[in-house]
Design a protein around this ligand. Sequence first.
Ligand code: ARG
Ligand code: ZN
Length: 415
Amino acid sequence: MKVLLLFGLVAFALADLTRFEGEQVFRLKPVLDEHVTLIKKLADSIQVDFWKPESPELVTIDIDVDIRVPAIYLDIVYTILQQSDMEHEVLIEDLQTAVDAQADSKVSPRAHSYTKYNTWDTIQSWIASISTSNSDLISKQVIGNTFEGRPMTVLKLGKRSSSTKPAIFMDCGIHAREWISPAFCQWFVKEALSTYGSDSQMTSLLNQMDVFVLPVFNVDGYDFTHKSNRMWRKTRSRKSGTNCFGADPNRNFNAGWCTAGASSNPCSDTYCGSTPESEIEVKNVADFIRRNKSIIKAYITIHSYSQLLLFPYSYTYELAADHSELLKVAEGASAALRSLYGTAYTSGPGAATIYPAAGGSDDWAYDLGVKYSYTFELRDTGRYGFLLPESQIKPTCEETMLAVKYIAAYVQKNL
Ligand code: ARG
Ligand code: ZN
């Protein structure tokens, strides 16, 4: 009886988890208009998951296009690639193997680790324990609940003070499948707490400023990538008139909303939502930043992958009023990052550096008046993409710390 019950539970858990046997990730290199047209036609006719750029509308000539193709369509795709003479490579031979290989080991998945991809439940208990163990330097605040009712908790790092301090806001995990991102926010919190008092820059930063950290922005989506579909990107909201779930939180901010690089189709991975801030997670963050607008001096948002350091604008090709300063700081931060392991980053305004995409948090924060507004796209450049092995969490976080600290030091100097 017990065995049967256990078997039933295991079968249920398996049935609920999307598997990716035989799926492949390709990198296509369109160099002709026909290639671009072909990729878009392919996206219309078969089910293709765009990894980079995030949707077929963003495909242009001379960029790398990383797509995930289900096993049943591989023959068609190979045939089309051959016929069109488009250069391409296979980045991932078998996606399920890559998913399985991402975790170093399967032991004690419930224990929190800074060098593992923790589940939401584990992160939630980590948030609870870390914020009580260091009450002089850290406090927590729930800024609202997600669509499915999970709390969104912001950690405030900084030496307690009677006066209000200027602050930096940083979020991770806007997109559910970009697992290295929440791993970085957890790493940052640990580093801040453990190096305060010994590292002079961290000490000075936390004495003078507060750092607000939202470790997981899209909690529902993140949980879904652990329990059901590793490749999920959007929120998990439902709305009438469609069977598709969620919107892209980084297309849902009120910054040139849904004018470029976003889709009004609720089934698209870059769906901009029904209205700006239709996604409760976006509204919660926007409300928090609006409430603290007078003290927030920098906005940092962590994504993956591509190794980029982007700043406004993405909704227009126009240069931001502070373009040269933003570029200078981005280049300094990229150089600091590179100094550790040689990891190369490209920096620039979003629209010109990758593609125009409206409704992003960086552009919105900038237009609200938060001058130092940056989007990181962490490792790698596509070898593993979203499935970055756990062995790379530590080096990725270490090098990213240098870039974030560079930006923070600059902001602090220019208060
Ligand atoms: N890959 C990110 C995205 O498409 C880049 C964000 C850059 N900023 C922006 N506002 N589009 O969401
Ligand atoms: Zn992202």
